[in-house]
Design a protein around this ligand. Structure first.
Ligand code: SF4
Ligand code: SF4
Length: 151
């Protein structure tokens, strides 16, 4: 009998507490600064040009080989990025690609609604990745900035 009363007391107490649930997808939570969503490509906010210098480091470090890039010769005789492909179905959102990039051209976005009906939808091109990440912060910086010193 006492257990029933205790249970009823808990129900009553909870009834007066603020809601802990949200009505997704109408309401969405703010993602934590260190959240690792879809990797995406950043661009220069002034010129809009992609920051990627086509060094290939991100593709080399990726543990699941889900990054693929085509490098083309630039007009200056150097190299530039032709296409940049992310096979998100293989991505494990580890963030290594963003950590090794020497120019912070690739970052972890807060994009998490990634379900698709066709497998082709899991393949992102340079333009799509740039649309998602163009004005994103440098994830690695934003994450570290919010971590208390010494932790
Ligand atoms: S987050 Fe990890 S698995 Fe995904 S593309 Fe970057 S390095 Fe590869
Ligand atoms: S995103 Fe960064 S690491 Fe990857 S190829 Fe471009 S410059 Fe290199």
């Amino acid at each position: 009998m006492f257990d029933e009363v205790k249970g009823f007391a808990v129900t009553l107490k909870r009834g007066f507490m603020p809601n802990m649930t949200i009505q997704y997808p109408e309401e969405k939570r703010d993602m934590a600064p260190r959240f690792r969503g879809l990797p995406s490509l950043r661009s220069d906010p002034d010129t809009g040009e992609a920051l990627c210098v086509a060094c290939g480091l991100c593709a080399r470090v990726c543990p699941t080989s889900c990054l693929d890039m085509h490098v083309i010769p630039s007009e200056e005789g150097d190299r530039e990025l032709g296409e940049f492909i992310l096979r998100s179905g293989r991505c494990m959102f580890c963030g290594l690609c963003a950590q090794v990039c020497p120019v912070d051209a690739i970052t972890m976005s807060s994009e998490y609604e990634l379900s698709v009906m066709e497998r082709d939808g899991l393949v992102y091109t340079k333009i799509e990745l740039a649309q998602i990440g163009s004005q994103s912060e440098i994830w690695w910086d934003s994450g570290c900035r919010n971590v208390p010193a010494g932790s």
